[in-house]
Design a binder for this molecule. Structure first.
Ligand SMILES: [Zn+2]
Length: 482
């Protein structure tokens, strides 16, 4: 923590408000503002600032979010989209939200194309027989009974595969051996998603028989990372699997020495029209209940771990933040709507169902945000607002600053499940978390409760409570263009 005493003399001359802006302009860490009384924020009444400060302190002291994620991961566990586990998660969430006395608690059902792994085995047959740690990718087809066996052709990127000739790939197992870059903001994930999604269809188009990828992950542990994979356009689905990073290293060293034969045996099941649902709860606004501030997360997970980071943490963060606001003596003007989306991992099905069902109300969605990047501290506040709404973004950021949250750009993504809303013109924000180790655990058996730090989780709740309360209480129009 930095004390006020170390504040630059030059900045002090401008008074507290301007000094705060200078501090961030200088790129310094946030000082301990909590102690400073009566922070003045342009356009925000003093009583609103006091309410925000109280909410922020209560959030930092509250164990509620940890209790929620502990409950979800313990009492439900894995919850693959469309599975009995997801159905139990939906019931669990509905019961918890009712017990917390939210309003308008409901499940909005929809159906999805269901897919699950039944079994997978990936083995090097020659020249050095051994089993590899692998997991079938979402959407993968099955191999013939007994598996398929072929020579491996290695590429170091998806672009390399795309540039390959049919003669290089036909009849072979493609191996895309592309590492994932570790970053704070998760920007290394995009290339990984492209590789994971497109390996099978590109391989199929070139006449290959199956696809293996180096796991989209930043750790060297011997876990394979799950994830979705696109179906080929003609409806046929090639077998596709991710192998753990050390197994990718092994396969890479062997292919450098000469021809390598691999056997892949994958069994998967899929069927259409399987039930999923979004679980919704509200804190109804006191003046304009039809205007909605949406904070969301997704309830489903992949099936190997218990989905603590992805996305039990997000479920806990947005629920706890909304509950703190519900417990205020006076509600904010607008409604805060918590949406716990179903079936995100297999294709944002819940997000698409929500946007379709509420299409006539999207103009009343004031702003939306999803927490879906683990449980590390929020470090940056990004927006996607109309240009004339940027003073509101600055005001919110100033009240987030005591949590160590700096200003970000106006190009926010919002989160996977708010994508259809963003595309429909709803303003979005990102309370961007530190994702430095997120892809160590993401979509692996190792995504479990012990990875969550209680204090960092509480900082996330504090960030959401500040943002959601201000967006619901203030008269801001985040679409404002001029
Ligand atoms: Zn997620």
């Amino acid at each position: 923590m930095t004390s006020m005493l170390s504040f630059p003399r030059r900045a002090l001359a401008f008074g507290a408000g301007a000094a705060l802006l200078c501090w961030f302009a200088l790129g310094q860490p946030a000082p301990a503002w909590q102690a400073a009384p009566a922070l003045e924020v342009a356009g925000v009444p003093a009583d609103v600032v006091r309410t925000v400060e109280g909410l922020r302190e209560r959030a930092l002291a509250s164990p509620m979010a940890y209790e929620l994620v502990e409950g979800l991961t313990t009492e439900v566990g894995p919850r693959l989209a469309g599975s009995p586990g997801e159905q139990r998660a939906i019931s669990w969430a509905e019961q918890r939200l009712r017990a917390l006395r939210f309003e308008a608690v409901r499940v909005e059902p929809f159906t999805i194309p269901f897919w699950e792994r039944v079994s997978e085995k990936v083995s090097i047959i020659a020249p050095a027989p051994q089993d590899l740690v692998a997991t079938a990718l979402g959407g993968s087809g099955s191999t013939p009974e007994g598996g398929l066996e072929a020579e491996v052709v290695r590429f170091t990127s998806l672009e390399g595969l795309r540039a390959a000739s049919r003669a290089q790939v036909a009849g072979k197992i493609v191996f895309i051996d592309e590492p994932t870059t570790r970053t704070q903001d998760g920007s290394g994930y995009g290339a990984g998603v492209a590789k994971r999604s497109l390996c099978a269809p590109v391989t199929q188009a070139l006449g290959g028989v199956a696809c293996l990828i180096r796991s989209v992950g930043t750790h060297s542990h011997r876990f394979a990372h799950q994830g979705g994979n696109a179906r080929a356009r003609n409806g046929a689905v090639l077998p596709a699997a991710a192998i753990s990073p050390p197994d990718a290293d092994q396969l890479s060293r062997l292919t450098a020495r000469g021809p390598v034969r691999v056997r892949i045996a994958i069994k998967t099941e899929s069927r259409d029209g399987v039930a999923s649902g979004n679980v919704i709860a509200e804190v109804r606004g006191r003046e304009r209940p039809d205007e909605i501030v949406l904070i969301g997360a997704h309830l489903d997970s992949w099936d190997q771990g218990t989905g603590a980071l992805d996305d039990g943490a997000g479920v806990a963060i947005v629920t706890a933040a909304a509950k703190l606001i519900a417990d205020l003596p006076r509600r904010p003007r607008r409604t805060i709507r918590v949406v716990l989306f179903g079936a995100e991992e297999t294709g944002i099905h819940g997000a698409i169902a929500y946007a379709a069902r509420h299409k006539d109300q999207l103009a009343n969605h004031i702003v939306a945000a999803e927490s879906d990047f683990g449980a590390r501290k929020v470090f940056r506040f990004q927006t996607r607002f109309g240009p004339s709404a940027l003073p509101a973004a600055r005001a919110i950021q100033r009240l987030l600053a005591p949590l160590g949250i700096g200003p970000g750009d106006n190009n926010a993504f919002g989160g996977p499940d708010v994508t259809p809303l963003r595309e429909a013109g709803v303003p979005v924000v990102n309370l961007a978390q530190n994702g430095w180790d997120y892809f160590d655990f993401h979509h692996t058996p190792n995504d479990t409760l012990d990875k969550i730090d209680k204090e960092e989780l509480a900082q996330n709740v504090a960030a959401y409570v500040v943002f959601a309360y201000l967006a619901a209480e203030m008269d801001w129009d985040f679409r404002k263009a001029g």
